[in-house]
Design a protein around this ligand. Structure first.
Ligand code: PLP
Length: 228
């Protein structure tokens, strides 16, 4: 079932005309699902897992650590992150994708020295959205590097509750910053706007519902603040 859906998403990605030649990676977002979903996703061929909530991810620690090294998926933390959660997550997270302030970068550098990070950019000018301002990316990137972190790319999220096309200006802003700074990982696009994101240069889409169905017990939400 998941393998079939994964293929369907790959077909959707392939069908998008795009100017960028890089492959588009699919990050399977398992938030709010049971730990067993991670195993099912990996068996279906997923190689990267995205999680939003510290508690949720910690509940999956056992299944993640049980994978043999050659099939263990990369774990991306993609939700709003409180600095005090970093210590618990260090060792479990392979890529911290929502660095948007120096205080968080400092904590990651302390608990997971040299870690791979993405800077989250708020390119939609929505007050409630996490992410640093586009004009702050350069400064934050420098701070991260001074702290010994490896900045590989940027993460952007389209405007909440709007049609997919409404994300175009934000995605263009993120992609332009990525190219300007010579970064490679462009994490943009989810189930609802993945075509638009790929067309605008995403290299990494974060897909939950299209792979696993509606999330249990929760309305569809876009990066709500962290629980617990
Ligand atoms: C939940 C979430 C996703 C996946 O959302 P779907 O619409 O289910 O694909 C992707 N990125 C972030 C940051 C999320 O919070």
């Amino acid at each position: 079932m998941i393998a079939e859906r994964l293929n369907e998403i790959r077909r959707r990605v392939e069908a998008v005309p795009r100017a960028w030649v890089h492959d588009v990676e699919i990050v399977a977002v398992t938030k709010a699902f049971d730990p067993s979903v991670v195993v099912a996703a990996v068996e279906a061929g997923c190689t990267a897992i995205g999680e939003n909530y510290a508690q949720d991810l910690l509940s999956k620690r056992e299944v993640i650590e049980a994978f043999d090294a050659d099939v263990r998926p990369r774990i991306d933390f993609i939700g709003h992150l409180q600095s005090n959660k970093v210590r618990q997550l260090a060792g479990l997270v392979d890529r911290w994708c929502t660095v948007d302030r120096v205080s968080l970068a400092k904590e990651i550098a302390k608990r997971d020295p040299g870690a791979s990070v993405l800077i989250q950019v708020n390119a939609t000018e929505e007050d409630q959205k996490a992410g640093c301002a586009p004009s702050d990316v350069e400064q934050l990137m420098t701070s991260c590097r001074d702290l010994g972190l490896t900045v590989t790319g940027l993460l952007g999220i389209g405007p909440t509750g709007r049609p997919p096309e409404a994300a175009i200006p934000a995605f263009d802003t993120v992609r332009a910053l990525l190219d300007e700074h010579g970064l490679t990982v462009c994490s943009m696009g989810m189930t609802g706007d993945l075509e638009v994101a790929v067309a605008r240069g995403s290299s990494s889409i974060r897909v939950g519902s299209a792979l696993f169905g509606p999330r249990p017990g929760a309305p569809v939400h876009h990066q709500p603040s962290e629980r617990g």
